[in-house]
Design a protein around this ligand. Structure first.
Ligand code: HEC
Length: 98
């Protein structure tokens, strides 16, 4: 068991270094989500229930994104206040009102 865990960790580390370039690591999985600070947190938190790219169909100002993120939190989205803040900032930059 312990050995398996270690191998899993090593594999993850290897995958992360192969993908390189930090924020760009998930670009291929979610091309609809532009790069930006908070993207990784958003993908992690917003993938708990559905494809995070659902957000790419919406445009809101910051207050609107906060409402939507609050709504997801009330459905059970699991993150800290700081992470929700980062997500709102990311979304309002990536998908602003046109
Ligand atoms: C606990 C489960 C859960 C998590 C986590 C979650 N959502 Fe949702 N989301 C839902 C459900 C269920 C729906 C289906 C529509 C509804 O019930 O309003 C939905 C629908 C949506 C929609 C479609 C528009 C709408 O208002 O229905 C968007 C956009 C969305 N989610 C964005 C997000 C974002 C951004 C995050 C991360 C902060 C997130 N979701 C995290 C459960 C979740």
């Amino acid at each position: 068991m312990r050995v398996n865990g270690l191998i899993a960790l090593l594999t993850l580390g290897l995958a992360a270094s192969i993908c390189g370039a930090g924020v760009a690591a998930h670009t291929d999985d979610h091309p609809a989500l532009p790069d930006g600070p908070g993207r990784d947190v958003m993908i992690r938190v917003c993938s708990q229930c559905h494809d995070p790219e659902l957000a790419a169909d919406q445009q809101f100002d910051k207050a609107g994104w906060k409402d939507l993120v609050d709504k997801m939190a009330s459905k059970g989205a699991n993150a800290t206040e700081a992470e929700f803040d980062q997500i709102v900032t990311y979304l309002s930059t990536a998908f602003p009102v046109k």
